[in-house]
Design a binder for this molecule. Sequence first.
Ligand SMILES: Nc1ncnc2c1ncn2[C@@H]1O[C@H](COP(=O)(O)OP(=O)(O)OP(=O)(O)O)[C@@H](O)[C@H]1O
Ligand SMILES: [Mg+2]
Length: 353
Amino acid sequence: MGALSIRNVRRSFGNVDILKGIDIEVEAGDFLILVGPSGCGKSTLLNIIAGLDKPTEGTVHMGGRDVTHALPKDRDIAMVFQSYALYPNMNVAQNISFGLEMRNVPKAEREAAIARLEDAADRAPARPQAGPALRRPAAARGDGPGAGARPGAVPVRRAAVQPRRQAARGDARRDQAPAQQGAGDDGVRDARQVEAMTLGDHIAVMKGGVIEQLGSPDDIYSRPATRFVAEFIGSPAMNIVTGQRAANGFASHGIDLVLNDAQRAEIGNGHAEGILYGLRPEAMLLGDTGLPGSISLIEPTGPETYVLVDTPIGKMMARVPGKVHQQVGETVHLRWSASDAHLFDAKTERRVA
Ligand SMILES: Nc1ncnc2c1ncn2[C@@H]1O[C@H](COP(=O)(O)OP(=O)(O)OP(=O)(O)O)[C@@H](O)[C@H]1O
Ligand SMILES: [Mg+2]
């Protein structure tokens, strides 16, 4: 029995269906992240898990117990809100200790939670640079806006924390993943794509009230189940070109694109409406041979460069290591390996190979 089982959960407001049949199993110790565009139903689902809302249909079980209609206080959950709601007159240690005390957490456990903070314990919560420094006490505290320190609780983190600086992402991962693992907690959280890839054991990608794909970060990135997942995860987004079956395998705008044997076998069957051929920008290299095109944009980021190339099959974004020496307007060639191509049925937009 999973720590959290969500079965056929539907939620309608009036005659508008927001959640259209959600099934999720989270095992004890797993950390699931929900991602999806604004309005896809992440908060609606989290509210149902937390007990702040009830499904129109379907059930929520926690540790084998049906909690579909249980009040939030009668579920073993804790929530971390996006605004941290810390007491400004207390330092970090006091914020955490107070919350745990209110929940009758034994003194030894409270002290252990505080010991994990090391030198952050004495700091005032309001002063340190906003993001991670505040998130840590909020996550460690066990009352309303808190989670990690309550053994056995299912932490439900209400909203995405979006670190402003690149460096802060690493902090978010260091702060939250250990709190999660250390306490042996399972959890559900709603997050942005990069965070989802670094934080979650499992990612559920939602769109329009359904789960498009539920899998490990590697599944989601390496074998996206649908065109939507392929384009939603990864930055810059996957390039997708339309084409059809051809004598040599696959052609787009009269140009043959490489396929491996497995891909060739898969597109032999049907797909009358055509095939979508997807390539991640990082799968492409600039070379002396390959698909020719003219550079229309160069965007250096430091460690890598984004190069937009205007080719006969459409504009293709390449993400290449280091600097590029070519200029806008120059002709270059794009190369990639067939095994890096993602094929989707053009009609259903589901993965073919
Ligand atoms: N109480 C409500 N009454 C009517 N419609 C609602 C209610 N709550 C949510 N909705 C609608 O349900 C849809 C899903 O909203 P939800 O807040 O779950 O999205 P979300 O995925 O969390 O989006 P975001 O990323 O913007 O937080 C939206 O279209 C929203 O307008
Ligand atoms: Mg939301």
